[in-house]
Each structure stands twice: as structure tokens, then as C-alpha cells.
Design a binder for this molecule. Structure first.
Ligand SMILES: [Zn+2]
Ligand SMILES: [Zn+2]
Length: 381
């Protein structure tokens, strides 16, 4: 539709709107695109004034060329232009994966140029207007199609100057024909323009980035310190564990040596290594715990014999699977011990795990406390 209704006709290098000239061919205007004669349509009550090619042709530039030249002429005349807004977020990631953010913002602002150049070629690229302000340049493109212009953006971003685009492709004929509305759209409307490259915005973003980076550096340094402290603590813990293990090993070896030394003094007894004999020995250490150790003892998980409560290892066996657990014995044990042993699986399990004791419990005498004889011969039958 835009292509057939042409808003501006050209006469002697000057652009006219259709209502500013005589009707029809008498307007004496040519198309700003193809330079072919135009018909002005400005008579009808309901028709928005416009031009048409007097002979139909394949020109599609009449609308674009006219509006673009009229827009650039306004910028050149007023030397003023509203700059687009800029909102950008700068982000820096820390080593521990946090994302630091800072917003960079430029408000739309009206600038006044020292002078304006029209249609300046920069290599393969045409700046429709170039505004100069002291040593700075701002390249302006007037967009009049719906096409995306990625390649043009890329070329403009590679230039050392700021560049922006004013999008006028949506303007209706009525808006273009109204000089005040058209001027607003070209010079003042902050909504229809955007930055292609903003040198000032880039500087602000670089500053924000630098600031964020130094915050990130501090966070990273702090977390490295924390990491080093964690590693040192873990290393210390490993050393402590190794020391504990070595100490346990030394204590166990000393214990074994002592067991063997004591065992050498014992005379062999057959009853140590029968289930009944083992039951008597277990019962004997239980009574010993009641009488000599205040009811407290440690029980071996391998042979089930009780050792004094402060023992780290079983006094009687050398089962590597055996551990000692603290137990408390009830004072009524002596009266029920026979029944307990009859029902207990402990003597059998003891014999199975530890067929031969390293050292037989000495139930006859200990630290001057006499042990009463424990079990009648047939008690554990
Ligand atoms: Zn044309
Ligand atoms: Zn044991």
C-alpha cells in the first residue's frame, strides 16, 4: 500500500506534499525514487492527499525515498535529535557460580549537533544522517521497511562511532502529511528509535563490568581462603585418624604380648575348650563383674567373656573380629545365672568363633577379692 501511495513529490530538487501542489499531472512533480512523473491526488474529500506514478511501473522506492529524504532534511534543518534509551544488564559470574548483576541505563535525551551531514557513505554502508558534535559523530539510519538489517547492524557496530536507527516504516500517510506529527516522529519520539552502537553506553557497561569484576575477585579470593581452610582441616582430621589407628594398633600389640606372657604361666585345662566349660567361664566372668567391678564390664563380641570395664580389648581371646561392648549387670545375676546360661546361645557361639582361648579367666583370685565358687558341676547340663 505504501508503495503505491507516494507521500512526497519532487520538483526542482525540493519535496512537496500532495496538498501543497496542483492536482493531477499539473503538480509537475516526479517520483523521488524513479524520477518518473507523478499524479497528485488532492481533490477528493475522503482521500488522504498523495501522489501516484502517472504510468504504472515497477518502482517501489517512491514512498521510502521521499519519507527518508524528508526525515533527513528535518534533522539537518533543526540539528536536534532525541537519543534512544538504553537499558542493559551487565553480569559477572563468580567461581562458586553466583551471578553478579548491574543495570546500565541511559535515559532518552535531546541533543543538538554542531552540524549535520546528509547521506554519507562509509564503505559499503550509507549513513542517512551524520550528526557532528565537537569530535564525536552519530550515524543515523532511517528504517522504512519491516526487514531486519542484521548485516547493516554488524557493519555499524564495527565502526568507531555511535549509531542509531529511527524506525518510520509504520507511519501512516496521514501522519506523514501532517508536518507537526511527522516532525515529532522524526525528531522527538523516543519510542521509535534504538541504539545500534552507543559508545557512551559501552563505556558505562565497561565501568560496571570492572566494578562487578572487582567484587567477584574479592568473593573468589574469600572462597579460595575458605576452601584452603577446609582442606587444611580435612588433612588434619586424616592425620588425627591415622594417629588414632596407629595408637590402637600399638595398644593391641602390647595387649597381645601381655596376654601371651600371662598365658605362658597358665597350666592347660581341658574344660576351657568345651561348650560346658565355656559356659562356666562366661558365668564366672559375670559373677566376677558383680563382685569385683560393681556390675560393670565389657563383653567380647567373639568369646562373650567379660573383661574389666576399663579394658579396650578382650583379655582372653585374640579374635580379630571381636570388639568389646560396655555392659551393666543386674545384682540378681547370681541367683539366675544357671537358668540364664541354659537358655543362652552364647557358650555355643563362643566356642564356634573362638575354639581356643588365648588366656583362661583367673576366677580364683583377683586383687585380693575372693571369688566364691560359682557353679555346681551339673548346673549347665
Ligand atoms: Zn517511482
Ligand atoms: Zn574374647
Amino acid at each position: 500500500m505504501h508503495e503505491t501511495k507516494i507521500p512526497f513529490g519532487e520538483r526542482d530538487g525540493i519535496l512537496f506534499r500532495a496538498h501543497e501542489v496542483e492536482n493531477g499531472l499539473r503538480c509537475g512533480c516526479v517520483c523521488p525514487g524513479c524520477k518518473q512523473p507523478l499524479n497528485a491526488a488532492n481533490n477528493g474529500e475522503k482521500v488522504v492527499p498523495h501522489f501516484r506514478h502517472s504510468k504504472s511501473n515497477d518502482c517501489f522506492d517512491g514512498f521510502r525515498e521521499g519519507v527518508r529524504r524528508a526525515a533527513v532534511a528535518l534533522i539537518a534543518k533543526h540539528k536536534q535529535l532525541m537519543l534512544p534509551a538504553l537499558i542493559e544488564t551487565v553480569r559477572v559470574a563468580t567461581q562458586d557460580g553466583r551471578l553478579l548483576e548491574e543495570k546500565v541505563e541511559l535515559q532518552p535525551v535531546m541533543i543538538t549537533a554542531d552540524n549535520v551531514e546528509r547521506f554519507v557513505d562509509r564503505g559499503s554502508l550509507r549513513g542517512h544522517a551524520v550528526l557532528h558534535q565537537s569530535t564525536r559523530q552519530l550515524i543515523v539510519r532511517i528504517k522504512l521497511s519491516t526487514r531486519m538489517e542484521h548485516e547493516r547492524y554488524r557493519q555499524l557496530e564495527a565502526l568507531e562511532h555511535s549509531s542509531m536507527e529511527i524506525d518510520l516504516h509504520h507511519l501512516a500517510l496521514e501522519q506523514i502529511n501532517d508536518p507537526a506529527k511527522f516532525e515529532h516522529a522524526v525528531l522527538h519520539d523516543s519510542v521509535n528509535r534504538l541504539w545500534i552502537r552507543s559508545i557512551r553506553g559501552e563505556r558505562l557497561a565497561a565501568n560496571a563490568l570492572q566494578k562487578l569484576q572487582s567484587v567477584a575477585d574479592e568473593i573468589n579470593a574469600q572462597s579460595q581462603l575458605e576452601q584452603a581452610a577446609r582442606e587444611a582441616a580435612e588433612q588434619a582430621r586424616q592425620i588425627e585418624l591415622a594417629n588414632e589407628k596407629a595408637e590402637l594398633q600399638r595398644a593391641l600389640e602390647a595387649h597381645r604380648a601381655k596376654q601371651l606372657q600371662m598365658a605362658a604361666k597358665q597350666s592347660a585345662s581341658a574344660q576351657d575348650n568345651t561348650t560346658q566349660g565355656r559356659a562356666e567361664l562366661i558365668a564366672g566372668t559375670m559373677l566376677r563383674a558383680i563382685q569385683a567391678w560393681g556390675g560393670r564390664a565389657v563383653e567380647c563380641t567373639a568369646c562373650y567373656l567379660l573383661s574389666p570395664p576399663d579394658s579396650r580389648f578382650c583379655l582372653y581371646c585374640d579374635a580379630t573380629t571381636g570388639k568389646v561392648n560396655h555392659v551393666s549387670l543386674s545384682p540378681d545375676i547370681p541367683s539366675t545365672i544357671h537358668k540364664r546360661m541354659r537358655c543362652s546361645a552364647k557358650p555355643t557361639m563362643s566356642m564356634k568363633t573362638v575354639p581356643r582361648l588365648l588366656l583362661r579367666p583367673d576366677l580364683k583370685a583377683s586383687a585380693g577379692v575372693p571369688i566364691t565358687p560359682v557353679l555346681p558341676e551339673d548346673a549347665l547340663q
